[in-house]
Design a protein around this ligand. Structure first.
Ligand code: PLP
Length: 402
């Protein structure tokens, strides 16, 4: 049934069941070998504009009202570009329910002295009443959040927060690094000014590039704000693409070829089909994991279609599990922060076939069976280790931050 054996895998590839970087499509891999060009010549202008056009197409926004800039640097560069460039001397509120929300706060605190932080427990949704109250009591000009909080796998709702930002007249910016290319992001409907993402997650290209998509009128507004960084200044990126169809500094030119190819692959397949395919793979993976008697950290309906976060059964050591999988050429993620040692994460983006997903499931089964024999463990004993107390941030702490 499975036409993969271990020797093939060793020769073929390491299977990246991670939320990125991913196994690349062959045409993406070969695209970086295209001809050498100068980033101040018309060939690069055409390449950048082609990428921008494709990004706007994938995100289903009107090319008259939106623009996209591409930054050389991983997803964090795009986040830092937004957070350093849209707040000025005004007030920003960071909503957080995990590691990546906390990172937004850390970045913002470096650039913006008026950074407000409203944390919620990891693995739980935002309390909309608390957000609304906060926005009522404080003058907040910008609200930032993570769409797919990769640390727990929770897909936060953009509609609800979008409505609240509209009601309170705040600019809304969203880290979509791990959801872009997998989930519908309706920037217009959700009142979003800017989103950030990267080349190497659901978009399916090499790591090393990130991008920001924003409303043209919002980009224009940045002109009058004080510059807090030279290299990542979002207005500078915007003015360069607008005036010259170029980037302010030397870009990683060959990665632009790869990003263009990855976006073409999505468009050729059809954006909706691409999303559906990821959902189907996630469902196959999830059903298989449930069949082994394992439990998920959060409910399936709250998950993004790129990643599944699984509770580690009692007495199973996640580092050993990872190593055993690695011996079978499979790479998964460990939990971060308060989830460390308590969960493992399995991605389903990139070039992973149905066969390879089934190979992962049978390998996982084999390894867990070994654990059971050694540890005399019961796989059903995983309930009750969900979100531990360390992850619950007390109201006390919220108040201290303010
Ligand atoms: C991966 C990721 C990032 C960016 O991480 P990089 O290592 O800079 O690519 C930011 N936010 C979220 C939600 C992510 O999943």
């Amino acid at each position: 049934m499975l036409n993969i054996n271990r020797r093939d895998l060793k020769m073929k590839k390491v299977l990246l069941f991670t939320p990125g970087p991913v196994n690349l499509a062959e045409n993406v891999r070969s695209s970086i070998g295209k001809k050498d060009i100068c980033h101040r010549e018309v060939e690069f202008d055409r390449l950048l504009i082609s990428i921008e056009t494709k990004l706007l197409q994938v995100f289903n926004v009107d090319t008259d009202d939106y623009r996209a800039v591409v930054i050389t640097g991983s997803g964090t560069a795009a986040n830092e570009s937004i957070l350093s460039s849209v707040v000025g001397n005004k007030h920003i509120l960071i909503l957080s329910n995990g590691e990546f929300g906390e990172r937004l706060n850390k970045i913002s605190k470096i650039h913006n002295k008026n950074t407000h932080f409203l944390p919620f427990p990891w693995g739980e949704g935002f309390d909309l009443k608390k957000v609304d109250d906060y926005l009522t009591k404080h003058q907040i000009d910008v609200v930032a959040m993570v769409h797919h909080e990769t640390s727990s796998g929770m897909l936060n709702s953009l509609d609800d927060i979008g409505l609240l930002t509209k009601k309170h007249g705040a600019t809304f910016v969203v880290d979509c690094v791990s959801s872009a290319g997998a989930e519908v992001i309706d920037m217009e409907k959700c009142n979003i000014a800017f989103i950030s993402s990267s080349s190497s997650k659901a978009i399916g290209s090499y790591s090393g590039l990130s991008f920001v998509i924003g409303k043209t009128e919002e980009f224009e507004k940045l002109k009058d704000l004080p510059a807090k960084t030279m290299y990542l200044n979002l207005y500078t990126f915007y003015s360069f693409i607008k005036k010259y169809s170029q980037t302010p500094n030397t870009p990683a030119v060959h990665l632009f070829y790869a990003l263009e190819q990855a976006l073409s692959n999505i468009i050729d397949k059809g954006v909706d089909n691409y999303y559906e395919d990821l959902k189907d793979k996630a469902n196959l993976l999830r059903q298989g994991i449930l069949n082994l008697g394992l439990k998920f950290l959060i409910e399936q309906k709250n998950m993004c279609s790129i990643l599944t976060t699984v509770c580690v059964p009692l007495n199973v050591n996640v580092s050993v599990l990872r190593k055993e999988l690695r011996d079978k050429s499979i790479v998964i993620y460990e939990g971060k922060g308060c989830f460390q040692g308590k969960v493992f994460q399995v991605g389903n983006i990139g070039e992973l076939s149905i066969n390879e997903i089934e190979y992962f499931l049978s390998s996982l089964k084999e390894i867990l069976n070994d654990f059971l024999l050694i540890g005399n463990n019961d796989l059903s004993a995983v309930e009750g280790i969900y979100i531990n107390d360390e992850c619950r941030i007390e109201d006390e702490m919220v108040r201290m931050e303010l």
